[in-house]
Design a protein around this ligand. Structure first.
Ligand SMILES: Cc1cc2nc3c(=O)[nH]c(=O)nc-3n(C[C@H](O)[C@H](O)[C@H](O)COP(=O)(O)OP(=O)(O)OC[C@H]3O[C@@H](n4cnc5c(N)ncnc54)[C@H](O)[C@@H]3O)c2cc1C
Length: 425
């Protein structure tokens, strides 16, 4: 850039055209502010377009307390932002912008068209309607800051493209976390924030599959189970997580809704000596299950043990369960002793897996960790360390369960930032 090039100035620069950044840009532009969004990709919401298996679970229609409960990673930090723009405001925003939505199981809200791309296009149209300038192919490489009377303040950003500079006294970092980095979210925001003095709570993959040490695990790949309880315990046997629902086996471990929810607790414990237990028959007490085994064993009395569980378990699970009991599958059912029967019941109620790690960032739905919440004003999302610098979305150390809660976080924090920017040019 030579000295004659005019300075590009605006009220508000947003880095990242994900749901958080675009919502912030729209909120500020609606208030008459000049807004520039800088996005490294060639489109708005590249990750948003693959959410909810291409259907986008926009938000959830639950009550406020349930909303907070479903944000186990610093949900309380979001009280103020969610009070001023909650899940119902998210639904209204999209409905008013022309996107019909439908409610599904568990209060999950989806676009009626079942197309995540429609959600992204609505955001794009709203941004255009209010005069937001979105600059694509602009990878921001650093923030510009200055010091006035000992107070650090942001004054703009520098892009990789020809070192292009954009000037503003308000800059929002909405660069997302580190998961699915091919969508553009590779963790740049953490680096800039750390340079300014922010604490970064170590980012870890979350809402992701878990890997197990059991050598036979790949034999169960693709097997899904409904109505089971999945429990996670630390090395001292302390229960970290327990939930009822669906799960599935992968070639390296376990996945599916209840496992995804458990993954943040596994990551928080750094995978140290973690054990998972599956209760295949949560509706039955151990005594009731034993009674059921007695009936089944009588029915298949003269058959081989390998045939004794066909009424009770999915066929692919049977050889593995028998292996864990130490019984010989070729022995006759009538050879099973009372003690062995009790052991089988115990195994079916507490099927043990050793958890050794999680799927990588490239396969994790979200990133837990990020900019420490105590260093951010919860009402405005402004940095407490640098005037005019704001954060929104997954870059902050907040995270929710599946069910539309992570997009709600992005929309709500983005909206809070956009509503609190002051006109400067
Ligand atoms: C497969 C998958 C499915 C999901 N499904 C759901 C769902 O159904 N419901 C739900 O609630 N959540 C879902 N999520 C989570 C949700 O997508 C994220 O929490 C949300 O997108 C975070 O929004 P964000 O705006 O903070 O960040 P992102 O959506 O990650 O957007 C960040 C943007 O910043 C840009 N950027 C990054 N660095 C730079 C830079 N240096 N310069 C310029 N631009 C930059 C990126 O290109 C990107 O466009 C899903 C996630 C995945 C991966």
């Amino acid at each position: 850039m030579n000295n004659d090039t005019p300075k590009i100035k605006c009220d508000f620069i947003v880095v990242g055209a994900g749901p958080a950044g675009i919502m912030a840009a729209i909120a500020a532009a609606k208030r008459g502010l000049s807004v520039i969004v800088l996005e490294r990709n060639g489109m708005i919401g590249r990750k948003l377009r693959i959410t909810g298996k291409g259907r986008c679970n926009i938000t959830n229609n639950c009550d406020f307390d349930t909303l907070i409960e479903n944000i186990p990673g610093n949900g309380r930090f979001l009280y103020s932002a969610l009070r001023s723009f909650d899940n119902f405001d998210v639904i209204d925003f999209f409905n008013n912008a022309g996107l019909k939505t439908v409610d599904e199981r568990g209060g999950r809200i989806f676009p009626a068209s079942q197309k995540a791309s429609d959600v992204a296009e609505i955001l794009k149209n709203e941004a255009k309607k209010y005069g937001v300038s979105v600059r694509y192919g602009m990878k921001v490489k650093e923030l510009m800051t200055e010091e006035n009377d000992g107070i650090k303040a942001v004054c703009g950003v520098v892009c990789e493209e020809n070192d292009m500079r954009f000037y503003s006294q308000n800059v929002l970092i909405a660069t997302g976390g580190k998961s699915y980095p091919l969508t553009g979210s590779s963790g740049d925001g953490y680096i800039w924030a750390e340079k300014i003095g922010h604490t970064i709570v170590t980012p870890k993959p979350s809402l992701c599959a878990l890997e197990c040490s059991e050598k036979w695990i790949s034999e169960l790949e693709g097997l899904s189970l409904k109505n089971v309880v999945f429990k996670l315990c630390d090395g001292n046997g302390k229960q970290l997580f327990s939930d009822f629902g669906e799960m599935l086996f992968t070639n390296k471990g376990v996945s599916g809704p209840i496992v995804l929810s458990s993954s943040r607790f596994a990551a928080l414990n750094d995978f140290k000596k973690l054990t998972a237990y599956i209760d295949f028959k949560p509706a039955l007490s151990i005594d009731k299950l034993e009674e059921r085994l007695i009936r089944d064993f009588e029915k298949y009395n003269k058959k081989q043990i390998s045939n004794a569980f066909c009424d009770l378990l999915p066929s692919r699970l049977i050889p593995i369960v028998i292996k864990c009991t130490g019984l010989n599958p070729c022995d006759k059912v009538y050879t099973i002793t009372k003690v062995q029967r009790r052991t089988i019941a115990e195994i079916l109620k507490n099927f043990k897996l050793h958890i050794k790690g999680s799927a990588p960032f490239s396969e994790a739905i979200i990133t837990m960790g990020g900019i420490k919440t105590s260093e951010i004003n919860p009402k405005s999302m402004e940095s407490k360390l640098c005037k005019g610098l704001y954060f929104a979305g997954e870059v902050i150390d907040v995270d929710g369960y599946t069910g539309g809660f992570n997009l709600t976080i992005a929309f709500s924090t983005g909206h809070a930032a956009g509503m609190n920017i002051k006109k400067t040019v």
